[in-house]
Every structure is written in structure tokens, then in C-alpha cells.
Design a protein around this ligand. Sequence first.
Ligand code: NAP
Length: 513
Amino acid sequence: MVPEFANEPLSDFATRRDGMSAALRQVQAEFGRDWPLVIGGQQVTTGAWIDSVDPCHKGRRVGRVARAGQAEAERALQTAWSSFADWSRWSAAERARLVLKAAALMRRQKHLFSATMVYEAGKTWPEADADTAEAIDFLEFYAREALRLNRPGALPHLPGEDNELVYQPLGVGIVIPPWNFPLAITTGMTAAAIVTGNTAILKPASLTPIIAARLVSLLDEAGLPAGVVNFLPGSGGEIGDFLVAHPRTRFVSFTGSREVGTHIYALAAQVQSGQRWLKRVVAEMGGKDAIIVDETADLEAAAEGITTSAYGFQGQKCSAASRAIVLEPVYQDVLRQVAARAEALRQGPAEDPASQIAAVIDEGQYHKVLSYMDVGQHEGRLVSGGEPDGEDGWYIQPTIFADLPEDGRMAQEEIFGPVLSFIRARDYGHALDIANGTAYGLTGGVYSRDRRRLERARAEFQVGNLYFNRKITGAMVGAQPFGGFDMSGTDSKAGGPDYLQLFTQAKVVVERF
Ligand code: NAP
């Protein structure tokens, strides 16, 4: 009997730091370690490598992973199909038990996983800890969901006949996660694929492959049979395209940018010679998320919620607030309060527990974010930040631009960094129009004390995850299934009751008695 699902508690670093400090030392001691590919349980190197670099210390290599080419991708795909024959016949209870074992192992080493993300992704202690807790939640939740999905008796009875509905696995899937939740999302996507009986090729994000390698090693320790998850770091453009287009790929589970997601969606839709199915694509993509504040709101709470949502993990969350849409009467007040909070944030290396925000992920993202400083100056007014901050890592100050037009680039494009755009709204209807006026529809929020307005937003604010009078980041597995509308993706609602079905096909068997 599996106990009811409960979210993993977060660590309290105000009272206890020793476990995390020890884990940071342990990860440091492993700097420079080489991690091979894993295909069919065998460790494989190719002579080519991908370096993982600490964003907070440009010169520090956290380690490196072997880099797969198309030959290894082909081998991994064939191996995953060979392993599918056995794994797909394990019962749901057997697979769920193994995934629960993986959750227990991760919980036991949770600081080691978090410390790896501190160095590899530039996550501050609480951000890394939340990422690990979410990964544990996904394992625990999807194990229970797999059991629920396989419970018999879902269909009504017809006299003289036995009717059965079973959810079968699809086959071999390609799991392609992003770097920004390099453990939680990677674990969730991988666990959902395998707990339903599929086998997978995990192609991690090239900026955060080591945390993914640790996950694969943990699944092995939990007893996952060889070939069920094949670990295949490599270039998205090279092996990613090869695998997505391959006629033997059954499904693709992707989380990342709109640009890559739409490319994958189109590529997977083309039926290749010899292909025997339509590929299933789950694609969760970017956002341009907004928080509306009206004149009835608790303005302090709104300023706090906007600041947390905009700058947590340096604004590199798909759910991050990148637009503050504020009604005219309180616009200046909210702007002033958010600016004061943004300027007070302590920026520094992620390994320092005092740091509240750290560096952006890499040089490419650093230059991309900085390029928006010119756009912001041109379209509006710089209120705070706007500069690089420190030489050692890819630091950018928390930045605010104000008085921006609702249809300009600052209001429309996903920047994915610590940059917040303030937009003035004439009235509440105008605020909702602005909020809905992008191609995205991931998260959104409203701060208001007006019940009618909240109810109107409930109906009219078109996002997958809508929050009232709180921050718009930090969706909890189970209680707050996550996924967006429109160009934010296929709205798969990760961490919710509909998610696992995406990795199955339903079969109905009728027997006349
Ligand atoms: P990305 O550049 O789209 O990369 C995501 C993954 O796709 C990486 O593993 C990448 O590999 C791979 N990839 C790149 N080109 C590919 C191709 N042609 N074929 C197959 N795979 C390919 O996104 P990112 O920069 O890692 O992540 C940030 C984005 O993810 C943001 O837009 C954010 O909003 C979004 N996101 C969305 C959600 C959500 O739930 N909606 C959650 C988190 C993040 P390489 O690393 O090797 O390029």
C-alpha cells in the first residue's frame, strides 16, 4: 500500500547548513570528472566531449560528458527498442515500485543533487533545493499515477460482456529537457516515459549534462534494467534532429524554447519512409508571463510577488514574471516598490548561501539578455540595473524598464533573464487585453481585492497557470499541474492527472461471455 502523495519539504538553510556545505565540497572534489554516455547499460566514450562550466566562475569546469554523434544515436535507438520488449511487460506495480525506490535514493542524497546544480546551473541554495524537491515529487507522483492508470474497473458494465480498458506504452521516446530545471524537468519527463512502460533516450541540455548523468546513475542504482534509459548527451541540432526525424522514434517529450519546440513539432509530423505511426509530440515551451496589479490590491504584497517572480533564478524560469501590467492610479507606487526590492537583492556566486541571485547560464544568454538593454532604452525608460555585474561570471543586474508599449519587443519577446518590463494600463479591461496580447500563454497573475475582477480574470486571462494574489512561479507537483496555452506549448500539465496518458495508447478489449 503506497501512502498518499505529499510534496517533499524544502530544506531550512537558515537553521541547518552543514549537509549542503558538505555536498558542495563533495561536488567540488569531483570537478573535472568525465561522464560517459550510457547505452544499453554500457558506458561509452566517443573521443568528443561537452564541457560543463560554472556560470558564476567562467574558468571553472564542473566536469565533462562524452558527446554522442549519429552512430551512437542509432545504436541507442536500436538498444531502447530491444529493451522495450521486456520492460513493457513489467506490471505497473513493479515499475512504480522501482520509481519509488529512485525517489527514496534521491531523497537520501538530495543535497548532492542540489549542490551539483549550484555549480553547474548557477542555482542559489534555495532554488537548487526546490529543483531537487520537485524532482522527488515527480518520481513519487508519477509512480502513484501509474498505479491509478492501471486500476481495473474504469468502464461501466454491459450485460453478457466483459469490457476492459488498458493503457499500453507507446514504444521508444526521445526525452529532451532544458537547462533551467535540469533535475526536476529531466526527472519528470524521464519518469513519466518509463513508468508507463516505454523506453527512452535521454538527450540532456548541453549546458547541464552532469546533473542528468547523476540522475541516470541513480536510476541504475535503483535497479532500472539496462537499455530502459539511454543517456545520450550531444548537440541538439545534430543528434536531436536525427532522433526526432528517425522513423523508429515513437514519441518526443520536449521542454524548451518556442523556436526549437516548433521546429521539433514540424519535423516529427513528417512521416518518414518505413514509419508505422504518427509520432506523439509533447512540447512545452516559453512564456512572456504577466502580473496585473489594480488599485484595490495590497501593493506591498504585489511588489514582493512581482520581485520574487521576476528575479528568482535570475529570471530564467518559463514561469517568470517578465511583464508587470499596472493600472494607472498605482503605477508609480508599484514601480517604486519593486525597484527598491530589486536593488536590494544580493547578487553573488550561487555557492554563497547569502546570494539571492547569481549569474545567467552562459555567454550566449549573457549577450542575448544584454542586447535587450538597448531595446529597453529605445522603447522605454531604464529604472534600475541595466549593467553587467562582476567579471568572474555571467552576472547581470536585476533590471527594470518602465513605460513600455504593449506591442514592443520588450513586451512581446521572451528575454529569459533578470529583466522586467513595466506597462501602464488605462483600466482593468485594458490590463487583461495587454496580458493576453502575446503569442504565449503560460503563467499569469492578478493582484486585486475586487472579487468581480478576479472572476473576470478566471474566465478571460488565457494562460495555463493563473495565480491570484501570490507569485506566479513555483507550481507544486500534484496540486498545481503545469503547462501553457498557444505558443507556450501543448498544455500537457506536468505533475497532473492527465500527464501520464500522453505516454500511452488506450486499448479496449471486449469479450462476449
Ligand atoms: P532550447 O534551446 O530550446 O533547448 C532545449 C533542449 O532542446 C536542449 O536539450 C537542446 O539541446 C535541445 N535541442 C536544441 N535544438 C534541438 C533540435 N534541433 N532538435 C532536438 N533537440 C534540440 O531551450 P533552453 O534554452 O534549454 O531552455 C529555455 C527555454 O525553455 C525557455 O524558452 C523556457 O521558457 C522554456 N521552458 C519551458 C518550460 C515549460 O514547462 N513550458 C519549462 C522550462 C523551460 P542543446 O542543449 O544541445 O542545444
